[in-house]
Design a protein around this ligand. Structure first.
Ligand SMILES: Nc1ncnc2c1ncn2[C@@H]1O[C@H](COP(=O)(O)OP(=O)(O)OP(=O)(O)O)[C@@H](O)[C@H]1O
Ligand SMILES: [Mg+2]
Length: 446
């Protein structure tokens, strides 16, 4: 009897596949990772299960169409697909469970837990695409968010609901800086999206950077580089959807996305596969439409709800080229950018924030006039030193010729020390400002 039951179970369809009342289609073509199906009539963005030669199913999403052909892309690994395979519409992963049960959990790009702690039980669900907030209804950015990094708190103050980019070439310290912010930021909830980066870093981030205490107030969405393009794209959208959910509950949310460049590359992969022509440096136009669609979802909630999403997106500037099309497009739509310098990182100066190239566009609205004045003064002195650095280092500058340069030379060692910070050192906004004030007002500064 048992034997019969086990033999019968082999022929039972996967219970996770829930057919909807919509006609089934058939697979007619597969080129690269793009599947073409006929016979089913589904809108872009819907889900299907494609039958494999072994009787299993591969999840796929409709990403485009041409006449009566649908273009699909597999969400997971596409193995065993065959001509004529059944394409069964389903409503799986259309709605993602959200709720307090997500805290402390690690999910993949389609919202499934990957931490082995069992399913996420929640009655509330959300969509991947979020709700658009009328820009006039949004609460303005008018208060600071303490991120625990002295250089940022004092010179590039972050506003609650601000969206910032973290720009740097590879290996300059983007992820480490995000890690410091996860530990130190004064937020209620932290949502981390690890999109298209190394798989090894996911575990490291959770165990070493977040730790048990940090994880308890965080949700991590991880889709490493070896996931399908669709999964990576969805991971970025899911991260934003979860952040939106907590924001709408009135929470102060910090959202960290590492990296926005990988999100753009995933969209490029999908768009090129369905035949969109490449435009700028191989990126099709839809990439430049998707970035603002994603980034605009962060920010403050409606006036009166009290919630906010302050977001940091890392942007890879390949070969340290600040003119990279993705860097260019994101710089224009974000409310500020922190640029990391390879030269500083090579000198062991961490965090390697390039004071001259970075900017926080909302700082004037969230700090006092005195704070702003001191921050500008710091930057002026720093810039003065950098302009005359070559002269000073070859000994061609003689003390006394320019009082501003003299002042910059005197202050430089303490200024450099001020900009550096240990990985485990948390410096709050008040201390950061006091220290800034102290440096600029010590007797030799005047
Ligand atoms: N604050 C810091 N203190 C000490 N070392 C640091 C710091 N930040 C970065 N590093 C060093 O730089 C290395 C690379 O940092 P990180 O992984 O953050 O770079 P990344 O910009 O995220 O790189 P990728 O683009 O490859 O993801 C680290 O492994 C570490 O050795
Ligand atoms: Mg990194």
């Amino acid at each position: 009897m048992n034997n019969l039951a086990s033999r019968l179970s082999q022929y039972q369809p996967d219970s996770s596949v829930r057919p909807r009342i919509a006609p089934e289609g058939r697979l007619v073509r597969m080129v690269g990772l793009t599947l073409e199906a006929v016979g089913c009539d589904l809108p872009v963005g819907s889900y299907c299960s494609v039958e494999t030669a072994h009787g299993g199913f591969v999840e796929a999403e409709v990403v485009g169409f041409s006449a009566d052909r649908l273009y699909l892309m597999p969400v997971g690994v596409a193995e065993g697909l065959r001509p004529g395979g059944r394409v069964i519409p389903n409503d799986k992963a259309m709605n993602i469970p959200v709720g307090p049960a997500l805290l402390g959990r690690v999910l993949n790009g389609i919202g499934e837990p990957i931490d082995g702690l069992g399913p996420i039980i929640s009655r509330e669900t959300t969509s991947l695409h979020g709700k658009i907030i009328n820009p006039l209804d949004r609460k303005p950015i008018d208060s600071t968010l303490d991120v625990g990094i002295r250089c940022i708190n004092s010179l590039f103050a972050v506003g609650q609901g601000q969206r910032l980019g973290l720009f740097a070439g590879s290996g300059v310290g983007k992820s480490m800086l995000l890690g410091m912010m996860t530990r130190f930021t004064e937020a209620d909830i932290i949502i981390v999206g690890l999109v298209g980066e190394r798989g090894r870093e996911v575990k490291e981030f959770i165990e070493q950077i977040l730790g048990q205490e940090g994880l308890a107030r965080s949700v991590v969405v991880a889709s490493p580089a070896d996931d399908s393009a669709l999964m990576r794209l969805r991971a970025a959208m899911l991260t934003t959807s979860i952040a939106e959910y907590f924001r709408d509950q009135g929470k102060k949310v910090l959202m960290l996305m590492d990296s926005l460049t990988r999100f753009a590359q995933a969209q490029r992969e999908i768009a090129l596969a369905v035949g969109e022509p490449p435009a700028t440096k191989g990126y099709p136009p839809s990439v430049f439409a998707k970035i603002p669609q994603l980034v605009e979802r962060a920010g403050n909630g409606k006036e009166g709800t009290g919630g906010s999403i302050t977001a940091f997106y890392t942007v890879l500037t390949e070969g340290d080229d600040q003119q990279d099309p993705i860097a260019d497009a994101t710089r224009a739509i974000l409310d500020g950018h922190i640029v990391l310098s390879r030269r500083l990182a090579e000198e062991g100066h961490y965090p390697a924030i390039d004071v001259e190239a970075s900017i926080s566009r909302v700082m004037p609205h969230v700090v006092s006039d005195e704070h702003l004045k001191q921050a500008y003064r710091f930057k002026q002195i720093y810039a003065k030193y950098q302009q005359s650095k070559d002269l000073i280092s070859v000994g061609a500058y003689s003390k006394g010729s320019d009082s501003e340069i003299d002042q910059a030379i005197t202050l430089m060692p303490v200024m450099r020390q001020f900009l550096q910070q240990g990985l485990r050192e948390n410096v709050d906004v008040i201390t950061s400002f006091q220290q800034l004030h102290m440096i600029l007002n010590q007797p030799q500064a005047n």
